[in-house]
Ligand binder design. Structure first.
Ligand code: ADP
Ligand code: MG
Length: 691
């Protein structure tokens, strides 16, 4: 139930004065459907309208002058503008007006009248001018000109100045809200009350007030972070309250582990121990294993599956693509079946009698592990006793999809796996409702991938070299990025590249892209994995997937367009065996200094977490898209760099609050409910939650 005090803010934007059927869709696109969304618009700059002398005018700046109207110059045709000469004791300039109302100008602003004008000064060939001043008022009405005017985002048909008026009105509707923050924390951080903070957002007193580092901005960011962390902490607590079957560590899992041709790394051992503690604890597990591609997440999960099977339960391992599902299946099938744990693969390709038989085996409990894609959570798939859901690259699934899978059992334990490195500082914002195990150690014996950045102008060299190594038996990936607006254009680029390489290297060059049907993709992948193809040209479909140990070369075109985390993941496709591997990052010169630094990090380190952290710093939080790709939420106020110190504080605060007052019934708890509602981060709908 929404607290009544918030009703004015959750009213539709059409309740704002002047927002009618024409304006509403425009404002909605800019802000959102409700008054709260307009209140949450942020001015991006500030115009100071203190009067100056005309002689001090600066081209391109918004300035304000006290002037006298000198003369009118009528247009000779209706296509031409009206020109009005105005002056002050230090100089003159020309006002320019287009449009049909211009001919009323002379009545409203007669020659000889005094006016205050404000607008953008432009120095033109024919002199200094101001086109359509923002303001033109009589001196007695100078109050009509805001001395400090925050500038809002605008859109076609809805100028910034109107948006400002709506924002001001939304502000008037904003009530004083009960304080939800800890007074001691507010005092220590010198943060203002919410109402004061939001008022200052819309009434900045200086440039400094626009900075995310200003106190009122930090207050709003902290509110937002706390609202989100609270929702996550609640989900986490809720899941934990649900009792789940206790699953002890098993002999079978230990035997499987003992039979592997390698020993676990320390990080793998630690991760497995953490998972086992969860499984045996009697509460539902919600854990994420984070680690680079090839760091050994799947084999750790496999041991947990064996534990579950030994306790009489079943596991579903869900992957976002068929290729990935197949590889997981291949990784775990041998070890598990060798020790009596039955495994099936279920994908969209299973049809008819074959599929029916697999479904029967799952429903009867004859098999204990099902590996698959979206096919796993279809309505007619039933489990005998589903106790563990392992979800690979979980951010590729929607909350609803994950929930549909988990709904196939009772209090199903959740184990997510992700190879997308997230900087530690941001972990809470993405995975705040999960416990995280990091596998930050690579299996031994992997040789680092020699990484080089080269300009596209040297592509012929790269191709020639590739020809040589391919003749010597090596295999290579060649990645063509998705960069243009149109997938078709990108596809064309990949096709052209494949054709060109075929000319140089021969017929053993294959092409794989996102638009191919799954079966065709698998066929090409299989040819590559079998060594029938020596070069695989790909759009980014290999990003999370395939394991081809013989592939030792990775060429990435337009590498500067990728996020570092993505480049790192792509590079992780090679260097799987003990042989020397290489990664060539081709870029369109010239590289900006930042781009150069970014590519340089990849040359220097192979640590995905370090790469993610440095990338974040270099981007300065500017690349919202890159962040969103790695699951960073779409905050209004919180900034991953400027407010990084607040993220951890909000996380701690939220867990503490929920620990003490799980139902939010104390006075502060009630205020916190208002906060959650204000930001829409309600427990049931946290966007990136584990489901
Ligand atoms: P991830 O799921 O993190 O991509 P996998 O569990 O699939 O990694 O492991 C990748 C490859 O490395 C597999 O072939 C696996 O058998 C192997 N592997 C896993 N752990 C180790 C280890 N500790 N030492 C050597 N090889 C390992
Ligand atoms: Mg894997």
């Amino acid at each position: 139930m929404r607290p009544e005090i918030l009703f004015p803010l959750f009213a539709p934007i059409t309740s704002l004065k002047g927002v009618g059927p024409r304006v509403a869709p425009l404002l909605e696109r800019l802000a959102g459907p409700i008054v709260r969304d307009v209140l949450f618009l942020k001015p991006h700059s500030l115009v100071v309208r203190t009067p100056a002398d005309i002689s001090a005018a600066v081209d391109g700046q918004v300035m304000t002058f006290d002037v006298t109207i000198d003369a009118y110059e009528r247009p000779r045709s209706s296509a031409q503008p009206w020109r009005v000469r105005v002056s002050d004791p230090t100089g003159f300039l020309t006002l320019v007006f287009f449009g049909r109302f211009a001919d009323q100008l002379e009545q409203r602003h007669p020659v000889g009248a005094k006016r205050i004008i404000s607008g953008k000064v432009e120095d033109q060939k024919f002199g200094r001018q101001m086109v359509h001043p923002d303001y033109m008022v009589e001196p007695g009405k100078a109050g009509d000109i805001p001395e400090l005017e925050p500038i809002y985002p605008a859109t076609e048909g809805l100028p910034a100045r109107r948006v400002r008026v709506f924002a001001q009105e939304a502000l008037e509707r904003a009530p004083e809200l009960p304080e939800w923050q800890d007074p001691a924390w507010l005092a220590r951080e010198k943060l203002p009350p919410w109402r004061e903070a939001i008022a200052r957002l819309h009434g900045p007193e200086s440039e400094a007030d626009l900075s995310p580092l200003s106190r009122h901005y930090r207050r709003l960011a902290y509110d937002e972070l706390l609202a989100q962390q609270l929702a996550m902490a609640q989900r986490r607590a809720e899941r934990r309250r649900e009792p789940a079957v206790r699953i002890p560590a098993s002999e079978t899992a230990e035997r499987i582990r003992g039979d592997l041709p390698f020993a676990f790394t320390g990080a793998q051992t630690r991760a497995l121990a953490e998972i086992r503690a969860d499984l045996a604890g009697g509460e539902r597990m919600s854990r994420l294993i984070q680690g680079d591609v090839g760091s050994g997440k799947t084999v750790v999960a496999m041991c947990a599956m064996a534990d579950v099977a030994s306790a009489g339960g079943q596991t579903a391992l869900m992957a976002p693509t068929e290729i990935l599902a197949r590889q997981h299946f291949e990784t775990i099938q041998g070890p598990l079946t060798d020790h009596g744990v039955g495994v099936i693969l279920l994908t969209g390709r299973d049809k008819g009698a074959g599929r029916a038989e697999k479904l029967r085996a799952l429903a009867s409990g004859a098999v204990q592990v099902a590996v698959g894609t979206h096919a796993l959570f279809q309505d007619d798939v039933a489990f005998h006793r589903l106790q563990l859901a392992v979800i690979d690259e979980q951010h590729r699934f929607g909350v609803a999809e994950r929930q549909r899978l988990q709904a196939k059992g009772q209090a199903v334990h959740l184990l997510a796996m992700s190879a997308t490195p997230i900087p530690r500082t941001l972990e809470l914002t993405v995975y705040g409702d999960l416990d995280v195990s990091r596998i930050d150690e690579k299996p031994p014996g992997r040789t680092p991938v020699a990484t080089r950045a080269m300009p596209m102008t040297r592509i012929a060299e790269v191709e020639a070299r590739l020809h040589e190594v391919v003749q010597a038996g090596a295999q290579a990936f060649w990645i063509c990025p998705l960069v243009s607006e149109s997938e078709l254009v990108d596809l064309k680029a990949a096709e052209t590249r494949a054709a060109e390489l075929r000319e140089r290297i021969g017929p053993s060059v294959g092409l794989i892209h996102g638009k191919m049907p799954a079966a065709a993709k698998d066929a090409v992948m299989a040819e590559f994995a079998d060594g029938k193809l020596s070069v695989l040209v790909a759009t980014t479909v290999v990003e999370v997937g395939v394991n081809v140990p013989n592939a030792t070369i990775m060429v990435i075109e337009q590498a500067e367009r990728f996020g570092l985390a993505q480049l790192h993941q792509l590079r992780g496709r090679v260097g799987r065996g003990s042989r020397e591997s290489a990664c060539v990052l081709l870029y369109d010169p010239p590289l900006s200094e930042t781009a150069q630094k970014r590519l340089d990090i990849l040359r220097r380190t192979d640590d995905g977490f370090l790469i993610a952290e440095t990338d974040l710093e270099l981007r300065g939080g500017g690349d919202a898209l890159g962040l969103r790709q790695s699951g960073f939420p779409d905050y209004v106020f919180a900034d991953p760099i400027a407010h990084r110190d607040l993220i951890a504080a909000a996380g701690d605060d939220a867990r503490l609050i929920i620990g003490r007052d799980p139902q939010l019934t104390s006075p502060r708890g009630k205020a916190l409910r208002v906060l959650e509602e204000l930001f829409d981060w309600k427990a049931g709908m946290a966007l990136k939650s584990a489901g």
